[in-house]
Ligand binder design. Sequence first.
Ligand code: NOJ
Length: 517
Amino acid sequence: MSATWLKNAIFYEIYPQSFYDSNNDGIGDINGITVKLDYIKSLGCNAIWINPCFDSPFKDAGYDVRDYKKVAPRYGTNDDLVKLFEKAHEMDMHVLLDLVAGHTSEEHPWFLESSKAERNEYSDRYIWTDFCFGNADDLPYIGGECERNGTYVLNFFKCQPALNYGFLNVTKPWQKPMNDPAVIATREALKDIMRFWLDLGCDGFRVDMASSLVKHDDDKKSGTSAIWHDIRRMLECEYPEAAMVAEWSDPGLSLRAGYDTDFYLNVTGNGYSTLVRDYENHENEDHSYFKKDAGGNINRFLDEYMDWYEDTKDIGYISLFTCNHDTIRPRYNMDYRELKLFYAFLFTMPGVPFLYYGDEIGMRYQQLPTKEGGYFRTGSRTPMQWDEGKNLGFSGADGDELYLPVDPSSDAPTVSSQEKDEDSLLNTVRRILALRTDHEDLQSDAKLTFICTEPDRPLVYQRGSLFVAINPRGVKSSLKKELPIGEKLFEIGDAFYDKGELTLAPQSFGVYKSSEG
Ligand code: NOJ
């Protein structure tokens, strides 16, 4: 771990298309982010992660990069991004860019060169078989598109050919070992992109599909990990405060590979999904832990999380998020009170938390046709809802020119309406984040110990010297136990400790100092 600023970082994730349109062309832009930094800071977030904002044909919302070193014209210019870095730093904030390490767009100049019949510098930048009908040894591939006599391997969608970082064990003549000069050139090209943006002032990267680099890797991902180690060594020498955030969801591997933090992604049936979206396997009956009357069990989350936490707490962080651009917003199945308790939990846990734009006001998931390869994800990518004005304050363009439509409902939540309400989700998020900021014991590093996880009792845990208690259920819940619980620092609802008994009113939350000083 190297980026010391992560100790108290709270991130805000921005899907640039939909955050704020500063020039009224219907799509969000970099300057729009810059003018809204004050708002982000007012939430209590001190860092942002911007989804890919580079030149792209946008067949996967920018995760298909055509030029890694150029801001997409629809978002502005490289100078705009540099100004954003500068303004953020003046405000003591940090900015992460999204590094799409495993693949490019099929329109990237490297790929166009690589697909030519005659050999050239980029012939091996991607993974090609040696025959136009050749299958790619169980990897997904495309044939018949290029003049080169071969098929090429994909990393995700059809538009995203896999960059060539080599094979752990070579079994076919067309596969390259990890130490092949052409394969090493891919890794060096990635470092070059990283240096380019770090030199311009970015503070690190969220790395897309970080585990996907080396093909036919082993269970421990030793090939891919060796590459990230090498990159970490470069960062340690040249940019010691750069942060690396993995999209990997296996912190035991990613943190040992040199990452600072790894997302606990919401995957159907995993621990995280049981917090907010535990219904896929229950014929639509919702058993989510934070759903008021669902009877969910926190141990379904903790069984996985605590194994990861115990294994990695001394080497890095786990990042919990409200949701992200790939998942359904939590407001889909949860009301404001349920969201308050869910967020209170997320933001009092260890590691580096992420708040997805709009979740602080409970923006809804919209049923929409796919846009830019979003499919079901499109509904979580709609414009930020700032106020009650035109396009809910997102853009001055005409409605039909918007990147995506704004929430059409008459009660669409907005920042301005929630600012006026002391008890709104927005103001509750602000209070919770202020609490985290004021107490090192609630930040990334402080030790986590669970005191009560019994399904019918309040969930009680200790962070450093502070006690946290949550009752997400619609009925009162209590725990008789002598605990050194002292002054109450924060509550939602009514949550108190008296005469050896912790009592939490329905759907309540409390944070307390230790009485032992
Ligand atoms: C993960 C990203 O979060 C997602 O949006 C994208 O489609 C894939 N990786 C492919 O890059």
